[in-house]
Design a protein around this ligand. Sequence first.
Ligand code: ADP
Length: 475
Amino acid sequence: MNKNFGLLVNGKWLKNKKTIDIFNPFDGKKISEVSSADSNQIKDSIKFAHSAFQSWSKTSAKFRSEILKKLFKLTIESKDSLSEIITLESGKPLEESKAEVEYGASFIEWAAEQALRSEGKLLESPENNKKMFYIKRPVGVVVAITPWNFPLAMVTRKVSAALAAGCTVILKPSELTPLTALKFGELAVKAGLPNGVLNIINGNPKLIGELLTKNSLVKKITFTGSTKIGKLLMKDSSSTVKNISLELGGNAPFVVFADADISNAIEGFIAAKFRNAGQTCISANRLFVEEKIFDKFLKKLVVRIKKLKIGNGFEKSDVGPLISEKAIKKIKNHIDDALSKGGEILIGGKKSKIGKLFFEPTIVTNINKSMKIFSNENFGPIIPVIKFKSDDELIQLANDTNYGLAAYFYTKKASRVWKIIENLEYGMLGINSGKISSYLNPFGGLKESGVGREGSIQCLEPFLETKFVSWSYDD
Ligand code: ADP
């Protein structure tokens, strides 16, 4: 696989001498390299996407839907090769990569179907000889900037809805995991997307970000990644008042009430915490356990965690490596900070011997609100556990964060469920379930977790403008 993968601009694969190296997080070995775009190529991608928009936006929804259906089929047919690339460049277990291909493909199929259902509305006019209505139009050239933790699904959730709506796209995948996106680009070309409708560029994120956000031909930025970069993109997009959707960091509480089914709660927690080694924005970041079952629950959790197999994603493991040295450093910093403020390690607490980027699943107790581990996303296999006594105390603690993406809670008591649904300040809730991801989920968060929603029955909406018409006539 060791070759130079190009940029996709106006239907052509361009190769540059300047490249970015791509590494396997399992052993740190170089896998391949991708071409790094220069300023002119970045500007060209905008120009070509703008010119392709003039025709793509006028195609019928049926035509766009048919191409997306072909792309869905090709994606499913390429499940093996795509999942191998995902594991190779992200390190996640192969079974998770296969699940990601199915999840990612579901957004393409769903967008193909929703393209056919886009509609305007004729309103009941208050005057004779006057019609009032609105129609929906695609916003224009869309820039999609995606992260490394779901190298396929974050691409398909954005790109397929944008294409279905009639927009053209410039995709900038993460420089850590661009190979999956490039393979997706190959499939899109094969499915029959006209030149310039989907362009894929890699390179210096700062340079690309600046050129794309400040260009007035780009009408929309859709971003998934850190809150820090989300804020920067929002600021830079303000000079041209772009339409913007942001899906940023989380700090998900996972709550176990005393009346919960403990075995289910443990399995739900393992899924929500250890998927992709804790590197998902909806990962369970803080574990809250009601006082009455605290010791019993932790005992069982430790037994369950010890059964997890840590290792190479290609060798039937449950937990893979972290993505980078930076990620390991961040976790260590969170743990040191917690220990210096009275935290205690129940299990784990250090790097694993398996490899440079592996960290042991870790439980930290005796947590207080001043610790970084309480207020920040750790994005790794680290579990701060917090004891609570009442529903009200739990609601207050769970909401004590700047983030509001996902939250999970386990209880059998129906009267409590509604109170928690209403009071937890989060965009997505899992009740007695550690899995909330679906093409049906309007994915997104409150507070500093972002702006807007992706997927769901309204998946085309972020890529459409509403045009109102008031039409008077004489005869
Ligand atoms: P993380 O810290 O988890 O890697 P980032 O927010 O840095 O998350 O990365 C998410 C995406 O944002 C990646 O595609 C990355 O290349 C891109 N990115 C990073 N910095 C910038 C920037 N200054 N402008 C535009 N995109 C950026």
